[in-house]
Design a protein around this ligand. Structure first.
Ligand code: DGY
Length: 326
């Protein structure tokens, strides 16, 4: 069987795929257009895609041989899973293995903004450090503060658990009670607005859907403490980027740490000019270990799916109710 890989992924994943399947890999290190993905898929049984690929209805219906879509990402808001399910095509993602790396990036951003690390680095390299200064670059304490987690799933839970050394009060918003957080950290499940008003740090860990699009806008930013720090390692459109620019410019909040953007890869020029925001290139899962595991997991899902088995990380298992499982 043949598959199309929309961009090179770490070699161990490709090796695994090559042992079982014939591969065509996009030779260029760039995001393909929808037309290019459709072209690459012609005559292929599987599509291995990335979160940057728009796998919509047109793509899903473009090749009649298509039997499996494996994504090299945990978030799959870029894939029309409904259309894939309708066509009986399993879709898989890479959950679990990037939990710690993403939670670590959220902490890195929290520290960088709160202790003004990037600003300090730029200042020092520019030769502006003239000796210890009692008034220089005051950030804020992190220990003994209130940490607000919006979305207490795998990543939100891991992020909260990593606060253990900092004696923090933990608040969270989620549909479900998170027993781990309540037992281990005495975390309190609260109302969304209560969390925004009470937290010193607000970290977003929700998936992107109609309900979470622009979850944080002007109204929400105005509710937050003037000293609050907002962290986003989830998906860009969860925050109204223009509202955030306004909030940061007018200092409604202390700062923000972002790994994701509303119109990724485009980032508001105004945001880039501000010194109270840290910007990362959607690299929360970018560690050697994690990206390698993601490649292997995506490959294992692809191979299983093309064998007619339920891929270990299938997000639409219902497709197998309609056909016999081998
Ligand atoms: C994912 O897999 O959804 C992450 O955003 C990758 O960094």
């Amino acid at each position: 069987m043949k598959i199309f890989v929309t961009r090179k992924i770490p070699q161990p994943g490709l090796d695994l795929l090559q042992r079982e399947l014939e591969l065509e890999i996009n030779p260029e290190n760039r995001v393909l257009t929808k037309e290019e993905i459709i072209k690459g898929m012609q005559g292929k049984d599987g599509l291995l895609c990335l979160l940057t690929d728009s796998v919509d209805k047109d793509v899903i219906y473009s090749e009649s041989k298509l039997k499996m879509i494996a994504s090299y990402a945990v978030g799959y808001d870029n894939i029309d899973v409904f259309a894939a399910t309708k066509r009986g095509i399993p879709v898989s993602n890479t959950p679990g293995i990037l939990t710690d790396a993403t939670a670590e990036m959220a902490w890195a951003l929290l520290f960088s903004v709160t202790r003004r690390i990037a600003e300090g680095d730029t200042f020092t390299r520019a030769g502006r450090f003239e000796g210890w200064d009692p008034m220089l670059m005051h950030g804020q304490d992190i220990s003994n503060k209130t940490l607000g987690i919006i979305g207490a799933g795998r990543i939100g839970t891991s992020f909260a658990l990593k606060s253990k050394g900092f004696s923090m009060d933990i608040l969270y918003v989620d549909d479900k009670v998170n027993k781990i957080l309540e037992q281990k950290l005495k975390a309190k499940k609260v109302d969304f607005y209560e969390l925004l008003k009470a937290s010193d740090f607000v970290s977003l860990h929700v998936s992107l859907n109609k309900e979470t699009h622009h979850l944080i806008g002007e109204k929400e930013l105005k509710m937050m403490k003037k000293t609050a720090v907002l962290i986003n390692t989830s998906r860009g459109p969860v925050i109204d980027e223009q509202a955030l620019v306004k909030a940061l410019k007018e200092r409604w909040i202390f700062g923000a740490g972002l790994d994701v953007y509303e119109y990724e890869p485009d980032i508001s020029e105004e945001l880039k000019k501000l010194d109270n925001v840290i910007l990362q290139p959607h690299s929360a899962s970018a560690t050697i270990e994690t990206r390698t595991k993601m490649a292997i997991m995506a490959a294992e899902n692809m191979v299983a799916g093309l064998k007619g088995e339920i891929p270990p990380n299938c997000v639409n298992k219902e497709v197998f109710q309609k056909r016999p499982i081998r």
